[in-house]
Design a protein. Structure first.
Ligand SMILES: CC(C)(COP(=O)(O)OP(=O)(O)OC[C@H]1O[C@@H](n2cnc3c(N)ncnc32)[C@H](O)[C@@H]1OP(=O)(O)O)[C@@H](O)C(=O)NCCC(=O)NCCS
Length: 148
């Protein structure tokens, strides 16, 4: 597995993986905006030169905020998702920032288990946050840089 900053050529594959994996996903135009924006980073995950996943995060004052994150279906449950989070945690530590945050649908128990395994904790509940998903409840999770 190789994790590196996405190139423009990666964005087509990232759009497809996002569309197949996420209820709220970004199209090519949105991905290009993130690509050129100084405060956003897109990382691609490769396996044998094939893109199998990605993570998009925003760089904030004290933290990173994960905007979008997916591993392509055939490659799930093999540890890749955990490895990207590990990689991101190390970037955050190097940047001397305090925490990583993300928003998720409260009812997604698989994700809850995944993030718990990766030491994220619930920070707050966001009632009816997902207006485009029948006003589903959301929550914010955080992982804190304990070296801080
Ligand atoms: C969330 C996601 C990125 C995780 O990537 P991954 O490579 O599959 O994750 P890992 O292999 O590192 O971790 C597997 C762990 O996730 C959890 N998990 C994954 N699938 C599960 C399932 N069907 N049921 C229960 N737990 C599950 C478990 O904790 C599992 O560890 P365990 O087998 O030791 O219990 C991936 O599942 C995905 O792309 N999902 C769809 C998109 C999405 O929801 N993105 C997150 C948006 S915030």
């Amino acid at each position: 597995m190789l994790i590196k900053k996405a190139s423009l050529e990666d964005l087509n594959d990232i759009e497809i993986i996002g569309k197949n994996s996420l209820a709220i996903n970004y199209n090519l135009y949105n991905l290009e905006l993130f690509f050129y924006d100084f405060y956003h980073n897109i990382l691609s995950v490769f396996n044998n030169n094939i893109i199998i996943g990605f993570i998009i995060y925003e760089i904030k004052l004290n933290s990173y905020h994960i905007k979008s994150f997916a591993i392509d279906l055939p490659y799930r449950n093999k540890g890749y998702g955990g490895e990207i989070l590990y990689y991101l945690k190390n970037l955050l530590i190097k940047d001397n920032l305090k925490f990583i945050s993300l928003f998720m649908q409260s009812k997604n128990n698989i994700l809850k288990k995944f993030y718990k395994k990766n030491k994220f904790i619930k920070y707050c509940i966001m009632e009816k946050y997902y207006t485009s998903l029948d006003y589903d409840d959301g929550e914010e999770l955080r992982w804190y840089n304990e070296k801080d």
